[in-house]
Design a protein around this ligand. Structure first.
Ligand code: ASP
Length: 441
């Protein structure tokens, strides 16, 4: 029988109606045996996530302000779910313990983790499957770093005789029992670790969208969904801002070759997006798999006659950036020119010092700062086997009279990144989408 790990995000468990959808998804496939829930998320756009309310409790406790009202609101959210589902579970003792801990200086991580802890208990009760506290099996070092190997062994030992279980996401503990959390959205990571430990056939990540879209729906009207994407492609797109999954959720399953399927709790029949290993030769539907980009970049342009024959020129410039703790994105160069594209936020407040150090280091003929640059990544494993991809990208830009300031094609031929003016960002995205998806569909 297949062994599926299912993770449900906060919006999938925001109220009783969502819990009912989750139960029918789980019972629809007997392979869905290990369930990782988030804390209840937003029920509507202006709602507050339970995790955020717990952070508020912790802050109030630290300031010596009463957190009773906030905790009562949190309890009311769980109680409403319990009542509507007709369960007899009582969370009174659990809340009394949380209250006690928060009043006696419990950590921020402990406070935040209770959202998943309580939701896990509730879901386990509703599904009628055992609850396993993540604090027993997801292990952290005292400095907060996650211990992968120890965790894998602990999960295997604990789940060995449990054919199914609910394991809350987002947190774990040190060996001495101090609760630690992953960064926000970290239940994705827990799901991935459990999938790796139990050698799952697949890791299903249920959320409120039907997977990844080819382009940002705020820019392109009703973009197509992505059926399959490789881990490598996903990394390129996530780096450029396409976020559906926590970045750290990829590594545990990627090394074990376990595919991730992003699914929509509100549309369970949609196949979603399948994230597969890089050597999977599943052909892509279109030449490109996705387009993603970001605004907020700038370029340091440097010119010097005979730059190309000056040994160590680039190194000296990059050393200046390194000394200022600045990382850069791209470095296109000519014979006597080089540009460094970097995020505006990296350089903020350091412009004068960086320019003066570059002048001292390489004595350029000219140096200037160009603001307002956007980067757009066109990503797709289909590019490797197709001729003329770059020509199509630049034809699309030329027709739209968009000036391309920078071009970078990775050696893996998986992506082409272009630098354009921020004002052209949306139009460039739409033109590229039309050029590839519009004309190939
Ligand atoms: N509840 C946590 C958060 O809001 C973790 C998660 O949902 O994955 O970030």
């Amino acid at each position: 029988m297949s062994k599926i790990v299912v993770k449900f995000g906060g919006s999938s468990l925001a109220d009783a109606a969502q819990f009912q959808k989750v139960k029918s998804i789980i019972t629809a496939d007997a392979g869905r045996r290990y369930v990782v829930p988030s804390a209840p998320g937003k029920r509507c756009a202006d709602d507050i996530k339970v995790t955020d309310m717990l952070y508020t409790c912790h802050r109030q406790a630290g300031e010596g302000v009463s957190f009773d009202d906030t905790l009562a609101q949190i309890k009311a959210r769980y109680q409403e779910i319990i009542n509507t589902l007709g369960l007899s579970l009582s969370l009174d003792d659990a809340f009394a313990e949380i209250r006690k801990q928060l009043s006696t200086g419990a950590s921020k991580d402990y406070a935040a983790s209770r959202g998943e802890y309580l939701n896990g208990m509730l879901l386990a009760d509703y599904l009628g499957v055992p609850f396993v506290d993540a604090a027993e099996i997801i292990l952290f070092d005292t400095d907060g770093s996650f211990l992968l190997d120890e965790t894998i062994s602990a999960v295997r030992a604990r789940l060995k005789d449990l054919p199914s279980a609910v394991i809350p996401g987002f947190y774990g503990a040190t060996r001495s029992g101090l609760v630690k959390t992953f960064s926000r959205g970290g239940s994705d990571v827990t799901g991935s670790i459990i999938a790796r430990a139990v050698k799952a056939t697949i890791y299903e990540n249920w959320t409120d969208v039907s997977g990844f879209l080819v382009a940002d729906p705020r820019i392109v009207e009703k973009p197509e969904g992505i059926n399959t994407i490789t881990y490598e492609e996903l990394r390129e797109l996530s780096y450029m801002g396409a976020t559906v999954l926590h970045e750290d959720a990829i590594f545990p399953v990627r090394t074990a070759g376990i595919p991730i399927n992003i699914r929509n709790t509100n549309d369970p029949d949609a196949p979603g997006t399948m994230i597969v290993s890089d050597d999977n030769d599943e052909p892509s539907r279109y030449t490109i798999t996705g387009i993603a980009g970001k605004k907020g970049f700038c370029a340091i342009n440097i010119q010097k006659a005979m730059m190309n024959s000056e040994l160590g020129f680039c190194r000296k410039v990059l050393e200046v950036l390194e000394n200022h703790g600045i990382s850069f994105e791209h470095m296109p160069s000519g014979i006597d020119t080089m540009s460094i594209i970097l995020s505006k936020a990296e350089l903020e407040g350091k412009e004068q010092a960086v320019f003066s150090d570059i002048r001292k280091a390489v004595n350029p003929d000219h140096i200037d700062l160009e603001q307002g640059i956007a980067l757009l990544a066109i990503v797709g494993r289909g590019m490797r086997r197709t001729r003329g991809t770059a020509a199509r990208i630049f034809a699309a830009m030329a027709h739209a009279r968009i000036n391309v300031k920078m071009i970078d094609q990775g050696s893996s031929e998986l992506n082409v990144i272009i630098g354009i003016s921020e004002a052209d960002f949306e139009e460039a995205t739409r033109r590229i989408y039309d050029m590839f998806i519009g004309s190939e569909s």
